[in-house]
Design a protein around this ligand. Structure first.
Ligand code: ADE
Length: 457
């Protein structure tokens, strides 16, 4: 991902972003920081970039021409989201960071003095963002704050796949307290449960501490969390049919756009997937107006909604699927042992055998979400976790089938999910009898009815 920063102080930005995790990510070329000096683009022979505001008033204003030309030089005719850092913008938050992290490149425009001529802002800015209700001397620090928050969501920037998922704000809950060595310090002991080795008990303890902390420190977030919990509880009456909705909420990915009785509309802005379940067509139709424009996939639980969605919103049917979920108390046996996390050198192998784009597969390898089965050190199949949280990607080479490798790969994925406290689930295409049989044999429950995946035309 490429970050262009238009600024009068490129050194400040480069220095701030050249150390620690973000610096290493740039070295590894996972991100690129391109700091551009706006002054290099002024046509004024004295290098001037500012002037007095018409109508009078305090201070100087950055002029339109150098900003416009610097922006033009950087974007070269491409449409790039351009963020203007200003206290008048929308307040930055984690979901915004997730949204920006989807882009291939971003431009940050840093103002100085009393601001920038309005006319150039109208022409180049797509998003105005503030980092809080206070006024700084320039947009450089806010740009650095935003770049840090966005870059760490880029797959591979953080070394582990878990931390970006579990920390503060990802589930409308603040993070639980953490402890490191020594076991006792200033007479204070580390809570015993954390030394127990019991993963379930630790997960439960952490969730409870997160709840307490959020209720006390951020009652606003806590209200949102409670609404989510109530929706999950209602959906759980038909868990097998609603597991995708429930897991999207409980993993902190989905936002509730509507929730009343059996009518629920959820948007996963990270994956641009909208999920809808409705009691009847009339109610479902009313909810269609709330589906975000950027939605790329719709997951619909009622067949009667499918034609109207396709017609009104311009979607096409991709698949009719059953949901399969694993609710067992025990981890599943993984009989085939040589399963490893895939590295980037397996990218072309996965691309050859799986119908997804290079970018999609690359992202999942970087996120350590794909696992390969090896025979004599040779990759013969894989499975993994999709961005929306469902397990899938299952493939085993023809001559290695019927040896339990596929089952082991799926069990491996399921166990990893369980360890994180999630309910593992996946989608099985309705006509794929072999896969349906496999799910049943492994002890997964299938939904009573099918659901429809629709994609934007
Ligand atoms: N520029 C000056 N103050 C700012 C703030 N709070 N957020 C974003 N940009 C700014």
């Amino acid at each position: 991902m490429k970050f262009h920063i238009l600024t009068l102080f490129p050194d400040m930005v480069l220095q701030g972003l050249s150390t620690s995790i973000i610096g290493r990510a740039a070295e590894k070329k996972l991100i690129e920081i391109n700091a551009v000096n706006i002054r290099d683009y002024t046509l004024d022979k004295h290098g001037k970039v500012d002037d007095y505001p018409y109508g009078g008033g305090a201070g100087m204003l950055m002029q339109a021409q150098p900003v416009f030309d610097a922006h033009k030089a950087v974007t070269e005719g491409r449409k790039v989201r351009t963020i203007y850092l200003t206290p008048q913008g929308q307040t930055f938050h984690q979901k915004m960071a997730m949204d920006f992290a989807q882009e291939k490149e971003l431009v940050f425009l840093c103002g100085h003095y009393e601001g920038i001529d309005e006319r150039v802002l109208e022409e180049v800015v797509t998003d105005s963002v503030s980092i809080g209700d206070f006024v700084l001397t320039g947009g450089e620090l806010p740009a650095m704050v935003m770049i840090d928050a966005i870059a760490r969501l880029v797959p591979g920037v953080l070394n582990n796949d878990v931390s970006a998922e579990t920390e503060s704000f990802h589930n409308d809950l603040l993070e639980y307290p953490q402890f490191s060595r020594p076991e006792e310090w200033h007479g204070k002991k580390v809570p015993a449960v954390l030394l127990s080795g019991n993963h379930r008990a630790i997960t439960d303890w952490r969730l409870e501490r997160s709840r307490e902390r959020t209720k006390e420190r951020r009652p606003d977030l806590y209200q949102r969390y409670l609404q989510k919990e109530q929706t999950i509880k209602r959906l759980s009456r038909k868990k097998r049919n609603h597991i995708h909705l429930m897991e999207s909420l409980s993993r902190g990915k989905g936002e509730i756009l509507y929730s009343e009785g059996e009518n629920v509309l959820i948007y996963d802005r990270f994956c641009k997937i909208c999920m809808l379940t409705a009691e009847c067509r009339e109610i479902g139709e009313k909810l269609l107006d709330s589906i975000p424009q950027e939605t790329e996939f719709l997951v619909i639980s009622q067949e009667c909604m499918v034609p109207v969605v396709c017609e009104r919103l311009g979607f096409r049917i991709c698949d009719e699927c059953y949901l399969a979920c694993y609710t067992g108390k025990e981890a599943l046996p993984v009989r085939y042992k040589d399963i490893r996390i895939l590295e980037m050198d397996s990218l072309s192998y996965v691309m050859e055998h799986y119908r997804e784009s290079k970018e999609y597969i690359r992202k999942h390898i970087l996120a350590k979400a794909l696992y390969g089965a090896y025979v004599d050190d040779t990759l013969v199949g894989f499975a993994g976790l999709h961005e929306d949280g469902s397990t899938g990607f299952l493939y085993v080479e023809e001559k290695y089938r019927r040896k339990g490798i596929g089952e082991s790969l799926e069990a491996y994925c399921i166990n990893r999910q369980r360890e994180k406290g999630y309910t593992p689930y996946g989608y099985v295409v309705k006509d794929n009898e072999a896969s349906i049989k496999l799910q049943e044999r492994m002890g997964l429950y299938l939904s009573q009815s099918t659901i429809w995946w629709l994609g934007k035309k």
